[in-house]
Design a protein around this ligand. Structure first.
Ligand code: PPE
Length: 310
């Protein structure tokens, strides 16, 4: 992780090295936290956070599912994010807010523990590698199934759920693949450990519906809007693993990943297709502020530096 100057911690900007927690922190023992992954891009108007309000709304939803009362309102967290970005002075960065049950009582019940809120911002390059963005990534269907809606609620971006992702991604990397794809207990395609999935078949985009144990991805939603604006049909539909093998094109999307072509699934070659590359470019144009039609999605941060000086 590339260190920056400051971290926003419970209402204050603290030095990176001082943003510490006690080993008795509830979330460290039980995974009782909720988080977000957000990107800020360098645009002509300055650093702009992509769909910040939508990410903070999802954070609130995640907290609600975990019986957690966030001690800050959405607008306060939005201002805190702006303040942090301005303080660290990076034209583009990844932003990681985390809210978690802190230090107080041990035991799985959360009573007696404060809710701490932290926001980090730091540089984060291509999640699945620069080369993967161009030539596509290799994937394997994981032996780990996606957590079901009555196991841990997938709608919440909760830290504990990511043990499921960690197992899948580690298994895939150890087997020599770039990333895993997880299926539900019934064998339907869900998502990647940190990405949603799309398939292209006969010119139509297909993606699993939100009930398929997937995170309601903001990039997924963005790509659906962009694809429809480009004239493509998008269907939210059940997919099985052979739909992946026999796809004309397939790709993963997420805040960290952006749009990454999948060139193979379980050693069946798919290759990198034109619709994937068109959507990848459209996405990068939007987030970097080069397509004015979607400028409402960009939350521009006021900084002391003008873009010209950066
Ligand atoms: N599914 C999962 C399981 C997931 O973690 C993410 C985001 C997505 C789908 C895509 O959601 P969205 O970012 O709203 O489009 N994963 C975040 C964290 C990855 C990590 O390793 O940490 C991210 O992309 O920031």
């Amino acid at each position: 992780m590339q260190e920056t100057d400051k971290i926003w911690m419970n209402g204050e900007l603290v030095d990176w090295a001082d943003a510490k927690v006690h080993v008795g922190t509830h979330a460290l023992h039980y995974g009782s936290g909720v988080f977000e992954g957000i990107r800020c891009y360098e645009t002509e108007k300055g650093p702009a956070v992509f769909r910040l309000r939508d990410h903070l709304e999802r954070l609130e939803n995640s907290a609600k599912v975990l019986y957690m009362d966030l001690p800050y309102a959405r607008e306060e967290l939005r201002q805190a994010t702006h303040e942090l970005i301005a303080a660290n002075g990076l034209p583009s960065c990844y932003i990681r807010p985390v809210a978690y049950y802190g230090y107080g009582e041990l035991g799985v019940a959360t009573t007696g523990n404060p809710v701490d809120v932290v926001i980090m911002s730091f540089p984060w390059g291509a999640y699945l590698g620069e080369e993967g963005q161009r030539t596509g990534i290799t994937t394997m269907v994981s032996t780990w199934e996606r957590v079901g809606p009555n196991v841990i609620p997938h709608v919440a971006k909760a830290t504990g759920i990511y043990l499921n992702s960690m197992l899948a991604t580690t298994e895939a990397r150890r087997a020599g693949y770039d990333e895993a794809i997880m299926l539900t207990r019934d064998g339907y395609v869900a998502d990647g450990p940190g990405e949603n999935i799309f398939v292209v078949k006969n010119g139509t985009l297909l993606t699993p519906p939100l009930s398929m144990s997937i995170l309601p991805g903001i990039t997924r939603d963005t790509v659906i809007h962009l694809a429809r604006a480009l004239g493509y049909m998008v269907e939210e539909t059940l997919l099985i693993r052979t739909d992946l093998y026999l796809a004309d094109e397939a790709f993963m999307v997420g805040t960290a990943t952006e749009v990454a072509p999948i060139r193979a699934v379980d050693d069946r070659e798919i290759g990198v297709g034109p619709i994937t590359l068109e959507l990848q470019q459209a996405y990068l144009d939007v987030v970097n502020g080069r397509d004015q039609r979607w400028s409402d999605w960009l939350d521009v941060v006021a900084t002391s530096r003008t873009p010209a000086e950066v």
